[in-house]
Ligand binder design. Structure first.
Ligand code: UDP
Length: 325
């Protein structure tokens, strides 16, 4: 297949580009490098450009007849989205419409969208299946849900088929050690704990100890980056073959509290570090755990690295090799 990966220089996108390319597909990455890294795109072609720019999109779509588009380019910080909602609605929603319109102009019909557990908001029940009500509590989740809703209408109007994959907490790194997580500033729990373990930061803060969870800290479902990517590859292959539009929740179905993740990292790294109890972070639901039964049954998707020790071990290897400790 010929695949356009938008946001292929980012954390998830760069792992996806590698998997697609190693599976024999022709990959073109389009990325504006606002948060991604050119040297993270180790496979296929690279075009620097922004999806806000219709002329770049026309050039890219004219140069190759793509079988499908995977879209990873978005802002992802819940806290920032609360402070600066316009940034999130403009890039994550409005610019995505620009990309979809270009696909329509160039008759590209298959779209895989990076969605998020944040579209569900504070859960009515866990684990969260696809039928769970969608009531996002922050602009980040709203911007992603708006794209999902627009996709229903693009399908009706233009026949554009899509699979939306709602990630729970992506973590880990390329088991070969070639790629990993590099956000600047880093806001995600696993890499921040690893930075505390490696000595790149003084301490890790637990954001809230008064949630209604067993130990009072937030519970999340951590999924290995490679398992996320394998779900994308299966979803795209089926979509191109005509399986029709789908929405899937992707996680392992196991919840770990912030305190439990810290304990796992201490064991994996054999390092000790300072842990601080801090205020809650705005916009955080207490518990997010996926019910991925649908993805497992319809996609025959089986996560390979569902053990948090392995997920954090791979991320630790990246932290140690990439940041030279
Ligand atoms: N978290 C934390 N300390 C940190 C960073 C995150 O306690 O330094 C918590 C955060 O409040 C959330 C969980 O860890 O409950 C996962 O946060 P992350 O930003 O990694 O992912 P999110 O769930 O927001 O997608």
């Amino acid at each position: 297949m010929k695949i356009l990966v938008v946001g292929g220089a980012g954390y998830i996108g760069s792992h996806m580009v590698k998997m697609l390319s190693n599976s024999g597909h022709h990959v073109v990455t389009l990325d504006n490098l606002s948060t991604g890294y050119r040297d993270a795109v180790k496979y296929g072609e690279f075009v620097e450009g922004d999806i806000a720019d219709s002329s770049i999109l026309d050039q890219v779509f004219s140069s190759t007849m793509f079988d499908g588009v995977m879209h990873f380019a978005s802002y992802i910080e819940v806290g920032e989205s609360v402070i600066d909602p316009g940034k999130y609605f403009r890039n994550n929603f409005s610019n995505t419409l620009n990309l979809l319109d270009a696909m329509v102009r160039h008759d590209v019909k298959n779209f895989i969208f990076s969605s998020t557990a944040a579209i569900f908001g504070e859960p009515d029940y866990v684990p969260i299946d696809e039928k769970h009500p969608k009531k996002p509590i922050n602009p980040y989740g709203k911007s992603k849900l708006m794209v999902e809703q627009a996709l229903d209408d693009y399908e009706k109007a233009h026949g554009l088929q899509s699979v939306c994959l709602r990630y729970f907490n992506a973590a880990g790194a390329d088991p070969d050690g070639e790629l990993g997580e590099r956000h600047n500033p880093e806001t995600h729990l696993v890499p921040l704990i690893l930075q505390a373990a490696s000595g790149r930061r003084d301490a890790i803060s637990i954001f809230g100890r008064d949630y209604s969870t067993a130990d009072g800290s937030c519970v999340r479902d951590y999924i290995h980056i490679v398992d996320l990517c394998s779900a994308h590859l299966i979803a795209l292959t089926k979509l191109v073959k005509g399986s029709g539009s789908k929405r899937y929740n992707l996680g392992n179905g196991n919840g770990f509290s912030v305190i439990e993740v810290i304990e796992v990292v201490k064991k994996v790294t054999s390092r000790s570090f300072n842990v601080i109890e801090a205020e809650r972070r705005p916009g955080d639901p207490a518990t997010l755990v996926a019910d991925s039964t649908l993805a497992r049954s319809e996609l025959n998707w089986v996560p390979e690295y569902d053990d948090l020790s392995v997920i954090t071990q791979h991320a630790w290897e990246w932290e140690m090799s990439h940041f030279n400790h």
